[in-house]
Design a protein around this ligand. Structure first.
Ligand code: HPA
Length: 246
């Protein structure tokens, strides 16, 4: 049994180096997770893995069943969740292919199933979200990046947008005025739901592209996204190797 899970994002549908033990199909009260949970050994530690967008990368960000994914992980005894997520870089330090361990979130998503606290409740619950990411898990991930000399960013505000389209230049300008350093489509409601389940949750963001209007090019191409994610994901693997056994 393990208590550590990795949720893989775009570019991390399969975890290279994972020696698979078995796959577990879990049905939840919230519907089906993105796919079976894969149990395996990663750098000598047993972990669970779930690809956020499904095994074939077919589930867009606004249709991911975040509630089912996290419920399934908690159901099998997971207490710590490392979320890997592709993002756009807004501030100049958030360069393509760089890793960042964000410390704050602003939620711009809408109409997603974003809470477990609804329906027939015995009481209304408001979880604290002052620090949206788990402090100890973030520190361990930053230490792992440091020891692998990855040149990561140790802070940053993640702005979660609805997608699946990318943002307009004006939307990114507004997010920048709000204080966002990174933009992605999956950070929420995932982090909030993890907090509701009292899971320790932290994100390793991989900058896939300059956010709209921030880079030298007029448009964002899937070719540049793919290239930067390939480079960034090899750093994610080095971070995970340095992190294990967690
Ligand atoms: N915007 C939103 N989500 C993203 C981006 C982006 O530019 N790049 C990768 N995920």
């Amino acid at each position: 049994m393990t208590n550590v899970a990795i949720i893989g994002g775009t570019g991390l549908t399969r975890l290279s180096g994972l020696e698979i033990i078995h796959r577990e199909v879990i049905h939840t009260p919230y519907g089906e997770p993105s796919g079976p949970v894969t149990h395996g050994h990663l750098f000598g530690r047993e972990i669970a893995f779930i690809p956020r967008h499904g095994p074939g990368h077919t589930i867009p960000p606004h249709q991911v069943n975040y509630r089912a994914n996290l419920w399934a992980l908690q159901h099998i005894g997971i207490t710590r969740v490392i979320a890997v997520a592709a993002v756009g870089g807004i501030t100049p330090e958030m360069k393509p292919a760089r890793l960042a361990i964000p410390d704050q979130i602003i939620d711009y998503t809408w109409s997603r199933a974003h809470t477990y606290f609804e329906g027939s409740l015995s009481q209304v619950t408001h979880v604290d979200f002052t620090e949206p990411y788990d402090r100890a898990l973030r520190s361990a991930m930053i230490a792992a990046c440091d020891s692998a000399k990855l040149g990561q960013m140790n802070n940053g505000t993640y702005g979660a947008t609805q997608g699946p389209r990318l943002e307009s230049r004006a939307e990114i300008d507004r997010m920048s005025r709000d204080g966002c350093d990174l933009v992605g489509m999956t950070g929420m409601p995932e982090a909030g739901l993890a907090r509701e389940l009292e899971l320790a949750y932290a994100t390793c963001a991989v900058v896939a592209n300059w956010a709209a209007g921030r880079g030298p090019d007029a448009t964002i191409t899937m070719e540049e996204v793919g290239r930067n994610l390939d480079a960034g994901m090899s750093d994610v693997a080095r971070m995970l190797e340095a992190l294990m056994p967690l």
